[in-house]
Write a protein that binds this ligand. Structure first.
Ligand SMILES: *[C@@H]1O[C@H](CO)[C@@H](O)[C@H](O)[C@H]1NC(C)=O
Ligand SMILES: *[C@@H]1O[C@H](CO)[C@@H](O)[C@H](O)[C@H]1NC(C)=O
Ligand SMILES: *[C@@H]1O[C@H](CO)[C@@H](O)[C@H](O)[C@H]1NC(C)=O
Ligand SMILES: *[C@@H]1O[C@H](CO)[C@@H](O)[C@H](O)[C@H]1NC(C)=O
Ligand SMILES: *[C@@H]1O[C@H](CO)[C@@H](O)[C@H](O)[C@H]1NC(C)=O
Ligand SMILES: *[C@@H]1O[C@H](CO)[C@@H](O)[C@H](O)[C@H]1NC(C)=O
Ligand SMILES: *[C@@H]1O[C@H](CO)[C@@H](O)[C@H](O)[C@H]1NC(C)=O
Ligand SMILES: *[C@@H]1O[C@H](CO)[C@@H](O)[C@H](O)[C@H]1NC(C)=O
Length: 901
């Protein structure tokens, strides 16, 4: 029996005020004027034949409950994803019982008036819900909130609420079987993913049936809160704000929408204000029973100077508090507030001189902005276990790597409010996909209907966030049809194109355009944008580099060969896999698994031939680890996959950044790089730069450099060494020179040093600052050959370096002459700042890809995976919890390339 109490606190209007980001917490409490009775907490859970009966937390899921009760162990451990498959094939029932607190009785007593609504913020996924034995509704979409009117169904004592949840796997299979007219591929994921079939038939995180970076855990549960809302007159279903700029008179206005659920006709006043901008207005309100949408325009005081919201790296992220106050004549009130921000966003697709196709870039507040970032996947297979700390660590890590954008990828979940609040604060722009990925989808009436409700709710929930800069209908589904992933005959194709247009254009796009006029919408990613539209929404080649965005993967070609990359307008996906560190893997494995050819290594790899692809790419440039100590060899192999990944993504990203101003053979003007992928869903090999648990891979350290605001990029082109200065700055021009040094692999003293002339670097562009024939350079520098030397460079203005130090190798390190075991030793000291430790390294010879790993101590170094060209270097480790010099010393492993063979 649950003893519940009335509370007067609000819920989904998570208007969070983060003054001190260290004190971040989910949704601050707001009084909504309603009586809210939370039904969260301990429920009972049983499976279909009652062999399992246990206590389960709501919000939660079956797997979490079974684990917390000790019925199963960690589902991520070794092969447990297969061992626990039965959980998802069974049906489960959640039950709770509760008495009503006085507030509800009062409302119920008012005969003919008053309403009680049972609200499920999220059910995963297929359920039938009953209250006191009466079926009150069903659910079929985990991305929707469900409201059930239960007025008159409640008793004072012992109300029984039951949620029967059917196996999502069984449901998907049933729905696919019922779809008899034609197949809707793909049927099943590739066997290497060890997943379940027909996920496209269910509105659930598509990756929950397995992905090429994640396990199959088709969860069941009540993954978000449950509550009763009790009210006499009205309640507010949602509250949105849209900021609009009128360029004609340089003024801003805010459109406020309030969605009401009204019981009795009422009149009153709505007061809206932004106190800091001395802007306020009052409006008459007249409500009739039913669901009502009202909207009001607040004109921002024109004598106030509005501070704009800028993406990270381009200015401040100024947020203003907007307050709203509803007062009805009968005395009922509603109050809420939310942070609003002033910014405009445009997606520019226009003709470019001397290039076929169209541009594709974002203009924020009228300025072109290069999007730098990555792709975001679900933080956990069990979403109920995602904490605000996990999200904070990831978003902070993104910002520390100089990212200003993330794409919330369409195969996972619409993230929780906390995520978007933090992105608003951090200046991280969000490319928001709708949750459809790598598949075709059915278009039965009930499927379309539930999708329409999902899209409407999600747009209303997310559109007030300045961080969200674009909506996109799906992940890769235009490409799936256009490039025939599923062996669809030419004759059948129009049928699938029709379904595609029906779902993403006639329904999803239609809703988005109605609900939100303040940001662009794309039907897919990748897409050719307006060109895809011109071709009937499915372009002949959605990967066309002259239009829109592209996704590009190639594991076979040598990634050092930049000429192989498509010079795209916008790279929204590209990447290479690596393995996470041994300390991360050791949480889910035993020492007999620690071998690259173990069953465990094969089992965790969900991408066909992925482990071999990593080694083959690494082997092009590095000697593979061959220690006779098998655990050491395993550690070293993990290391070499991370070196390969960091180096490949760096070369590709630098190529895109330096292409921002170039047009070469008609291609270029690249204005965005979102590498695949930021985070991991579990401890396994993937394209991520941050491991499950928050530890940074080498790639993430490198991203901070290759995403620096001002960057020097060195390449070899037709026998010349070229050095470019890439600047993301908006206005200042710089006079810079490139400082170039040649080092031999065997000495700390440069073989020679050169400088370019002072060159003026374009703001928001890429400028060639140094060019010299490579063979002339080598001979000018005495004894250098391609195998014996490497080149370092950076940009310097007057005396100050203004770009990170960078380098290029003239041959593969596997052929480097003179590269010796560096014999790195270290000492650790307190750095004098709380939780900061100084690690001083000494080496006997130059070392490359110097990697520091402190196992489980959370935190990150200020520099890692670096080239060490001096005998002594000090790096700082910033810990995320209290630790000691002793703990760091005991856990620190240092590896450089020459140490692994
Ligand atoms: C009950 O269901 C569980 C889980 O599906 C299954 O393993 C078990 O064999 C069933 N027991 C009986 C008695 O049917
Ligand atoms: C789960 O529920 C469905 C729908 O009621 C039913 O067809 C199926 O047999 C049930 N499965 C089990 C294991 O009881
Ligand atoms: C707005 O900015 C202008 C120019 O900086 C300044 O003169 C004026 O006082 C500001 N107005 C307010 C209300 O802050
Ligand atoms: C593709 O479909 C055709 C029939 O349309 C069939 O003959 C062929 O075997 C299929 N190929 C694959 C790889 O499934
Ligand atoms: C610097 O400029 C001078 C004069 O224009 C030119 O002769 C010289 O080659 C330039 N040096 C470099 C490194 O580009
Ligand atoms: C060139 O290399 C030779 C042999 O390694 C060495 O003796 C000589 O001093 C070097 N010359 C220069 C200019 O570095
Ligand atoms: C390795 O470094 C230590 C400490 O600097 C030094 O004593 C030792 O001689 C070095 N060994 C080699 C082989 O260079
Ligand atoms: C590992 O490979 C290197 C380079 O090929 C070789 O010198 C070394 O002897 C090998 N070590 C072992 C243990 O096989």
């Amino acid at each position: 029996m649950n003893h519940v109490a009335c509370s007067f606190v609000g819920f989904y209007l998570s208007t969070v005020f983060f003054l001190d980001s260290a004190l971040l917490s989910e949704a601050s409490s707001l009084r909504l004027g309603d009586n809210i009775v939370s039904l969260n907490g301990k429920w009972q859970l049983v499976n279909s034949n009652s062999t399992f009966s246990l206590s389960a937390e709501v919000p939660g899921c079956v797997h979490t409950a079974l684990q917390r009760q000790g019925v199963i162990s960690d589902p991520y451990y070794r092969f447990n994803d297969l061992a626990y498959r039965w959980i998802s094939l069974d049906n489960w029932t959640y039950t709770t019982s509760f008495s009503l607190p006085a507030c509800v009785e009062e409302v119920q007593d008012v005969q003919g008036k008053g309403k009680v609504v049972l609200v499920f913020e999220g059910v995963d996924t297929i359920s039938t819900i009953s209250l006191n034995g009466v079926t009150i509704g069903t659910t079929d979409n985990m991305f929707r909130r469900y409201d059930f009117d239960v007025t008159g169904l409640l008793k004072d004592q012992e109300n029984i609420l039951q949620v029967f949840i059917m196996s999502a796997v069984a449901y998907a299979s049933q729905r696919s079987r019922a779809h008899t007219k034609y197949r809707v591929p793909p049927d099943c994921p590739p066997p290497v993913q060890k997943g379940e079939c027909h996920v496209n038939f269910i509105r659930k995180a598509q990756s929950s049936f397995s992905w090429d970076w994640g396990p199959s855990f088709p969860t069941l549960g009540i993954w978000k809160g449950v509550r009763l809302e009790v009210f006499n007159t009205f309640r507010v279903l949602s509250f949105t704000t849209s900021l609009k700029y009128d360029s004609a008179d340089s003024s801003w206005s805010v459109e406020v929408e309030l969605f009401f659920d009204v019981v009795v006709a009422s009149k009153g006043l709505v007061h809206i204000s932004i106190p800091l901008l001395l802007s306020e207005a009052e409006f008459q309100l007249s409500l009739t029973p039913g669901q009502r949408k009202t909207s009001f325009i607040l004109q921002v005081n024109q004598f106030q100077n509005v501070s704009l919201w800028w993406p990270f790296g381009h200015g401040d992220q100024r947020l203003y508090n907007l307050e709203i106050n509803v007062k009805l004549d009968d005395g009922e009130t509603f109050k809420a507030q939310r942070m609003v921000a002033f910014r405009t966003v445009e997606l520019v697709q226009e003709l470019i001189p001397s290039s076929p196709g169209l541009s594709f870039y974002f203009r924020i507040n009228g300025k072109p902005i290069f999007l730098k970032g990555s792709n975001w996947i679900p933080v956990h297979a069990f979403q109920d276990q995602v904490t605000t700390d996990m999200i904070t660590v990831l978003l902070r890590s993104a910002q520390k790597a100089n990212m200003n954008a993330l794409r919330v990828w369409g195969g996972g979940v619409y993230e929780q409010d906390f995520f978007y609040n933090l992105c608003d604060m951090y200046g991280i722009m969000i490319w928001q996909d709708f949750m459809f990925a790598c598949a075709l989808y059915p278009t039965e009436r009930d499927f379309i209907q539930t999708v329409r409700e999902e899209i409407t709710q999600q747009v209303r929930r997310l559109k007030s966030h300045p961080s969200v800069v674009i909506w996109s209908g799906n992940n890769e589904n235009e490409a799936a049809i256009a490039t025939d992933w599923f062996n669809i005959s030419v004759a059948d194709r129009p049928l699938y194109v029709k379904d595609y247009v029906n779902l993403y254009v006639d329904n999803i796009r239609d809703i988005v355009l109605q609900e939100d006029s303040t940001r662009p919408f794309l039907v897919s990613s990748p897409t050719n944008g307006v060109e895809s539209e011109r071709e009937g929404w499915v372009a002949q080649n959605p990967y066309d580099p002259n239009f829109g965005d592209t996704h590009y993967y190639n594991y076979f070609t040598d990634c050092w060969d930049w000429t192989a990359f498509p010079r795209t307008r916008f790279a929204s996906e590209y990447g290479f896999q690596s393995w996470p560190s041994l300390s991360t893997l050791s949480k889910v494995s035993v020492s007999s698994d620690w071998d690259f050819s173990s069953n465990f290594s094969a089992h965790r790899q969900h991408h066909e031939d992925g482990n071999q692809q990593m080694l083959r790419q690494a082997e092009l440039h590095y000697i593979l680890p061959n220690s006779t100590d098998s655990v050491q060899r395993y550690r070293d192999t993990i290391y070499i996959t991370q070196v390969m990944q960091a180096q490949c993504v760096k070369i590709q990203t630098e190529f895109y950044r330096r292409s921002r101003s170039d047009i070469s053979e008609g291609k270029g003007h690249t204005m965005g790089t979102l590498y695949w992928q930021l985070n991991d869903i579990w401890q396994g090999p993937s394209w991520s730069s941050v491991e499950f648990g928050g530890k940074w891979k080498m790639l993430h350290y490198w991203a901070a450099d290759f995403y620096a605001p001002v960057l020097s990029v060195g390449i070899e082109d037709k026998g010349d060494l070229l050095i470019y200065a890439v600047s993301d700055r908006q206005s200042e021009q710089h006079s810079v020179k490139a400082k170039v040094k040649l080092f031999s692999w065997s000495s700390f003293n440069p073989v020679c040093s050169l400088e370019s002339n002072m060159t003026t670097v374009k703001a928001g562009g890429s400028t060639l600052v140094f060019q010299q024939s490579m063979s002339a350079l080598l001979s000018q520098c005495g004894n250098c050959t391609r195998r014996s030397c490497l080149i370092t460079f950076h940009l310097s203005s007057a005396a100050e370096p203004i770009s990170p130090h960078n380098h290029i190798f003239l041959s593969s390190p596997r052929q480097a002459e003179g590269l010796q075991k560096p014999n790195i030793t270290f000492t650790v000291k307190d750095a004098g700042v709380v939780q900061n430790f100084a690690v001083t390294l000494h080496c006997s010879f130059p070392a490359v890809y110097v990697w520091l790993d402190v196992d489980d101590v959370p935190g990150h170094f200020n520099l890692n995976g670096f080239l060490m060209l001096s005998k002594k270097t000090t790096v700082i480790f910033g810990a995320w919890r209290s630790t000691s010099v002793e703990e760091i010393t005991a856990n620190l492993h240092i590896t450089s390339l020459r140490d692994v063979y």
